[in-house]
Design a protein around this ligand. Structure first.
Ligand code: ASP
Length: 341
């Protein structure tokens, strides 16, 4: 189908895709404007898509904050409220894209797709993937195929749901995967080909709620390791408002951590996820001390198949909007973490 006359708002936040060489050090730093990025994309003009370009931030994605993302959400909502924008592209660094896209997915209302993209290979390398990714993202955002899909991530011509996508390699252009479910679709020959039904979205209540105490919310993430003696868990006592535990395997910890986790779970929500990042945490298989059954009986909340980073984003959002009720938190995690795609 022709995309001529469709309108896409593009927000550039920085990242490898926007880097240039710092003459003083010879190292890469984010530098190119959104306009420069778009001008570097072969064939983009010929699509006939009208672009509304926003130079939003020029940062490595590690330095983006949830406050930046709240501001981005407001700016995107303003564009969409104009009623003249068919879709949105967010261009940013890939290091945090699995978290930023999921966060925006929680907040985003309406049917217009929000397409996140970036680059694994910087512009000074042969075969930089930034221009191709940007082209594919504009196609995905401009067309009708992803309406109602919420936030997606498009890299290497693959379309991934924000809820499932993970950065699975430090350098490969094929770094982005959706473990367990696979990509939603593919961008080829100027259109999106869907491989599966668009994900059912549950963002509504979480996204609509008003932020009451963002600044004071601190959600810790603790990765359990072989021989973990619990010293770091002790240090967290009284210092955070929520904890995501990236446990071993299907949701297991050394048995001596259980009393410490119980103490924490008595005071703050503690969400059980797996450090594996592929597959759900178990809820009813093993019964030994430190098993998933033991942890859940001691007050931990199952995170389903949300990876630890996404679980942390969701818990932060719940706490920042004043939701401290354990039952409501557990119900929300059940909705987000226990559904198929
Ligand atoms: N360090 C970069 C960033 O996330 C990596 C990238 O863009 O791929 O900003």
């Amino acid at each position: 189908m022709s995309l001529t006359g469709r309108t896409v708002a593009v927000f550039a936040l920085g990242g490898t895709i926007s880097t240039g060489t710092d003459p003083a050090t010879g190292a890469l730093v984010p530098g190119r404007s959104a306009g420069e990025l778009l001008a570097s994309v072969p064939g983009l003009d010929a699509l006939g898509v009208r672009l509304r370009v926003h130079d939003f931030r020029r940062l490595p994605s590690a330095s983006l904050t949830l406050a930046d993302l709240d501001a981005l959400h407001r700016a995107i909502a303003a564009e969409l409220d104009s009623g003249t924008v068919d879709g949105v592209v967010v261009v940013q660094g890939t290091d945090t894209i699995e978290e930023t896209a999921f966060y925006l997915d929680l907040l985003h209302q309406g049917d217009a797709p929000l397409v996140f993209t970036g680059a694994m290979r910087n512009p000074t390398l042969s075969g930089p993937d930034g221009p191709a990714n940007l082209y594919a993202a504009v196609v995905a955002a401009a067309g009708p195929w992803l309406r109602g899909a919420g936030c997606v991530v498009v890299l290497g011509d693959q379309v991934h749901a924000a809820r499932t996508v993970e950065k699975s390699h430090t350098t490969s252009p094929a770094a982005f995967t959706s473990p367990g479910s696979g990509p939603l679709g593919l961008v080829a020959e100027g259109r999106v080909r869907l491989h599966q039904r668009l994900p059912h979205r549950t963002g509504g209540p979480v996204g609509n709620a008003t932020v009451t105490k963002d600044g004071s919310v601190r959600v810790a993430l603790h990765t359990v390791t072989l021989g973990d003696d619990g010293t770091l868990l002790d240090l967290l006592e009284g210092r955070c408002s929520g904890l995501v535990l990236a446990a071993l395997g299907g949701g297991h910890v050394p048995e001596w951590l259980v009393p410490k986790l119980r103490r924490l779970a008595d005071r703050i929500p503690v969400v059980l996820t797996s450090r594996i990042g592929n597959g759900p945490v178990l809820t009813g298989t093993y019964g030994y001390p430190g098993s998933e059954r033991d942890l859940l009986a001691n007050g931990l909340i199952p995170g389903g198949d949300l990876n630890p980073y996404k679980a942390r984003v969701l818990l932060h959002r719940l706490l920042a909007t004043g939701c401290h009720d354990r039952t409501r938190i557990a119900r929300t995690f059940a909705e987000f973490g226990d559904r198929g795609v």
